[in-house]
Design a protein around this ligand. Structure first.
Ligand code: FES
Ligand code: FES
Length: 155
């Protein structure tokens, strides 16, 4: 079937199997491999993208049902542009090890701040609990989210 997806500010027209997930359409048809496939079962958060600013597990959404402005990690800052404050904070706080979970963590963290759920370390831990990190970089992730919140709120 033919569908259109608006991703990182651009509209794309795709022909997809009706059963294909948004995750697979983003990775395999649009080449957006920053969207990671972890469990493929809605349990790890690696595939998190933003749809109209809200976090969505892209392995749990059919591409044909995806509706709204989709943002992946590739859409946060363009070539030669400064990093998004959340990306910058992850770098400064050394909040990743293998980096596999990092794109999903960063997108989820941006939404966590926008939702007003990043006011304390406990709240950050609670509202980021859907994003697993097999390297257990959690303390630094919390520090990065707290740091980026200050900068996002100052913008
Ligand atoms: S790949 Fe989607 S939640 Fe794990
Ligand atoms: S940094 Fe390796 S899974 Fe999180």
């Amino acid at each position: 079937m033919d569908i259109s997806l608006t991703v990182n500010g651009r509209e794309h027209h795709l022909s997809v199997d009706p059963r294909v997930t948004l995750l697979d359409a983003l990775r395999e048809q649009l080449g957006l491999t920053g969207v990671k496939k972890g469990c493929d079962q809605g349990q790890c958060g690696a595939c998190t993208v933003l749809v109209d600013g809200r976090r969505v597990l892209s392995c749990f959404v059919l591409a044909a049902r995806a509706d709204g402005e989709i943002t992946t990690i590739e859409g946060l800052s363009g070539e030669g542009e400064p990093l998004h404050p959340m990306q910058q904070a992850f770098v400064e706080q050394d909040a990743y090890q293998c980096g596999y979970c990092t794109p999903g963590q960063i997108l989820s963290a941006i939404a966590c701040v926008d939702e007003g759920h990043a006011e304390s370390d406990d709240s950050i831990r609670e509202y980021m609990s859907g994003n697993l990190c097999r390297c257990a970089a959690y303390p630094k992730i919390v520090a990065a989210v707290a740091r980026a919140r200050e900068q996002m709120e100052a913008r």
